[in-house]
Design a protein around this ligand. Structure first.
Ligand code: ADP
Length: 158
């Protein structure tokens, strides 16, 4: 089984990394697919987001990192993946995740979605909260992989 874990990863968080590590226990290989995503306002450009993910998964065997700007089912096919991995933090994620899972299976019945429930210690972490905390000079080191920290400039706080 080859999985594809798509996301914006702006930036990758410990919650994403937890899903990646747990997914590698289910699938034989995992492709982490960093989306260009036209709808979201992005903090980091695609190259930086890919680099942050690559640095974070260095120790994970059988994980590749790619970018995509096509339909997810087309990216999955191109990567030879037969299962989509997604994470679910709260009921607020549920509606969109289920909608996307059904839509993707309608577009390509050969590709199914596995939704992993977030571990409780990471279920409150989102990229947008991280951005907000970092913007105001808060400490994000408990919430993101170490490789992400260097992309945040010091705030000048003593
Ligand atoms: P997208 O823009 O596709 O939602 P994200 O990078 O925000 O991209 O998230 C990618 C996937 O990871 C989504 O399925 C999301 O629900 C999941 N996810 C995000 N944060 C966490 C977390 N803290 N724990 C578990 N899953 C998460």
């Amino acid at each position: 089984m080859r999985g594809i874990y798509p996301g914006t990863f702006d930036p990758i968080t410990n919650g994403h990394l937890d899903i990646i590590k747990r997914a590698t226990r289910i699938v034989d290989d995992l492709v982490v697919a960093v989306g260009h995503n036209t709808e979201k306002v992005r903090t980091f450009d695609i190259e930086t987001r890919i680099q942050m993910v690559r640095d974070s998964v260095q120790d994970c065997p059988n994980v590749e990192v790619v970018s995509f700007q096509t339909l997810l089912v087309d990216a999955a096919k191109e990567q030879g993946a037969n299962v989509i991995i997604r994470g679910l933090r709260a009921i607020s994620d549920y509606e969109l995740e289920v909608q996307m899972a059904i839509m993707n299976r309608t577009l390509d019945p050969d590709i199914d979605t596995i939704i992993l429930v977030a571990s409780k210690e990471y279920s409150f972490i989102s990229s947008s909260l991280i951005k907000e905390i970092a913007h105001f000079g808060g400490d994000i080191s408990k919430f993101v992989p170490e490789s992400v920290l260097k992309y945040y400039k010091p705030t000048g706080r003593e």
